[in-house]
Ligand binder design. Structure first.
Ligand code: SF4
Length: 384
């Protein structure tokens, strides 16, 4: 069998993890990578083309699927959009759809199983059973240490795609792959997790400080040049920020920033979007981060359709205060993602006045983010 993984700007992490599962477990499969449809067609059919994509990729995905299925390729889809809308993907022309965790199901597909929809929601994988990247093809990325989230934020696809039960990669497995990375010159450790400070935690919320320290200690012992924890590409929940975790981090990590999901300065909005914490929790987390010498970076989402002028004022008030304390802000526009509770809530938008306020903060270097681009994507999603 030949599989062509279609690489896009957004799906590199999933391609590297899935191709790693295939390359290590099914070495007879010939794997190709394509960054454009032209590169796909360099491998002539019959071949399988694997897509993992987000809902806003649909316009160009539709075009490629039409073209490639006429040419005789077998097309398979996974990722966020396929998990939320499997039937729609089949009617677009995909032959098979993979929902939820993909590693085990793609191996079953290679073994000859043919289902229209491969279900990776019910049967979740054990992260230790699969490599976090693709050492066979020398493709590396941050190591996924946890998958799944016990929260239910109404705008977020993670609980659907990754499940509500948090699964952790063992320390032994992380260290094993970190060593492989090191042998290949990867001397910087970064991690993927919906809440890095919940690594090793039973409930996915309360930090398991000993476990985090053991992980960081083991990595340091390997002579890893730089360790980044609680920052890009991971977020941290504000209630998981504690003195104990930050004291441990100070001993091992290179990052100066800790990124936390705040999302709003209005308790009314936090309740409506089911964040499960309050503005006070955000303030406490920021205090603890600053006391320990780190710079807090906070994500905020604007443009929920039910957001009032008063909610916006409260959020801007909080942002301005946080900036004075030394925090940095990431601003986002709400996007109605399929499979979330708010998928039919309409496009998020950001008023002219608010855009001006955000641009002012951006011009002083205190704020960044893709809120402008996300306004357009939100409109595109709402029309779909
Ligand atoms: S936004 Fe974060 S905490 Fe909320 S459901 Fe998504 S991953 Fe979990």
């Amino acid at each position: 069998m030949r599989i062509i993984f279609r690489i896009t700007r957004q799906n590199r992490y999933s391609v590297v993890a899935l191709s790693g599962a295939v390359a290590t477990k099914k070495p007879h499969v010939k794997i190709h990578y394509a960054e454009s449809i032209d590169e796909v067609t360099l491998v002539s059919p019959p071949a399988v083309v694997a897509y993992s994509f987000m809902s806003f990729d649909l316009p160009w995905i539709e075009h490629e699927v039409k073209t490639l299925s006429k040419m005789g390729y077998t097309l398979i889809a996974g990722g966020a959009h396929a998990t939320a809308r499997p039937e729609e993907c089949l009617s677009l022309g995909f032959n098979h759809v993979f929902i939820g965790d993909g590693e085990e199901n793609i191996l079953r597909f290679i073994d000859g199983e043919r289902l229209r929809v491969f279900d990776g929601l019910e049967k979740r994988v054990n992260l230790d059973d699969y490599p976090p990247f693709n050492p066979v093809h020398n493709m590396y990325m941050p190591i996924e240490i946890s998958r799944g989230c016990p929260f239910n934020c109404s705008y977020c696809e993670t609980p659907l795609i990754a499940g509500k039960k948090v699964r952790h990669r063992s320390i032994d497995s992380v260290v094993y792959y970190a060593k492989i990375g090191l042998k290949n010159g990867k001397r910087v450790a970064r991690f993927i997790s919906p809440n890095a400070f919940a690594y090793g935690s039973e409930n996915g919320i309360t930090p398991n400080v000993e476990f985090i320290e053991l992980l960081l200690f083991q990595l340091k012992k390997l002579n890893m040049r730089e360790i980044y924890f609680g920052t890009f590409p991971s977020d941290v929940r504000p209630e998981s920020v504690t003195q104990d975790v930050l004291k441990v981090l100070r001993k091992y990590v290179k990052n100066r920033h800790i990124t936390i999901g705040a999302q709003s300065g209005s308790n009314a909005i936090l309740r409506k979007i089911k964040r499960g914490h309050t503005v006070e929790t955000i303030n406490q987390a920021v205090e603890v981060i600053l006391e320990n010498g780190f710079i807090p970076v906070l994500d905020f989402i604007f443009g929920f359709p039910f957001e009032t002028d008063e909610d916006i004022e409260r959020t801007l008030f909080l942002i301005n205060r946080l900036v004075k304390q030394g925090a940095k802000i990431h601003a986002h526009t709400f996007m109605p993602l399929p499979g979330t509770e708010l998928e039919n809530a309409g496009a998020g938008d950001v008023s002219k006045d608010l855009r001006r306020a955000l641009s002012r903060l951006a011009s002083t270097g205190h704020l960044n983010g893709f809120w402008e681009k996300q306004r357009l994507l939100a409109k595109q999603l709402a029309k779909h």
